[in-house]
Design a protein around this ligand. Structure first.
Ligand code: FPP
Length: 228
């Protein structure tokens, strides 16, 4: 924690795009498009309130099971988003990092991700992390393989250094939108002592005003980390 009562690391499960679109008689993809705009708003807000890490669940290892057209749409949206965002990331000194098994993505998307990561590497403000083809169990298994390859002793510290989030602080505040109350294979290790917030708001309707209220509530939480 950098400052008393303020989270250093916020993680968000951005849920409810499909329902948002359905309520309006639109295709599910319209919900994702609107959801991408909210990603932009929340990221900008986090830079203003001095958050260090914002980790967003954009595509899970299970999301491949969605209809082919929706998956294709999400891939295109991600690539477009990354290309369009670069200027804003540079202007606001935001570092971009992807976590997850990126090897399953097209060469073109992998290249774009790498380019944005490299160009923003030295930015010192917020780190925006997108979880892409991410699943916590998958990450843990990959981390164990890395530990093994490096012949490292099994300690919490060494294990953390092999996770995709190596070098980041653990999650202080986890938010899930859309009324679902579960973790869905998201940052299981990193959320060990996170404060959890669930809101009924669908992701495309989420905004910085609601995040501000959640941050106010977070201040009132007593975090004891297992102590008294
Ligand atoms: C959950 O809503 C959302 C996703 C699976 C993808 C998240 C993607 C975005 C917020 C937009 C793209 C992001 C970026 C960074 C460009 P859902 O489809 O599961 O909604 P539902 O539960 O109502 O069906």
């Amino acid at each position: 924690m950098v400052e008393e009562g303020k989270p250093e690391h916020i993680a968000i499960i951005m849920d409810g795009n499909g329902r948002w679109a359905k309520q309006r008689g639109l295709k599910r993809t319209a919900g994702h498009e609107e959801g991408a705009k909210v990603v932009r708003e929340i990221t900008t807000y986090c830079t203003k309130v001095d958050i260090k890490y914002l980790t967003l669940y954009a595509f899970s290892t299970e999301n491949w099971n969605r209809p082919k057209l929706e998956v294709e749409y999400l891939m295109k949206l991600l690539e477009k988003f990354l290309k369009n965002e670069l200027e804003t990331l540079m202007k606001n000194e935001i570092r971009f990092k992807a976590i997850g098994d990126l090897s399953k993505f097209s060469n073109s998307l992998q290249k774009t991700i790498k380019e944005v990561e490299e160009k923003t590497l030295n930015n010192k403000n917020l780190t925006q992390v997108l979880a892409l083809n991410y699943g916590s169990k998958d990450e843990i298994v990959r981390a164990i393989k890395k530990l093994n390859e490096k012949k490292l002793e099994i300690t919490e510290e060494n294990f953390e250094s092999c996770l995709d989030t190596a070098g980041f602080s653990n999650v202080d505040l986890l938010i899930r939108t859309s009324g679902e109350i579960r973790l869905s294979n998201y940052l299981l290790w990193q959320n060990a002592y996170a404060e959890l917030f669930f809101t009924n708001t669908l992701w495309p309707d989420f905004n910085s005003n609601e995040l501000e209220l959640i941050l106010e509530d977070f201040k009132k939480r007593q975090r004891r980390f297992g102590a008294l």
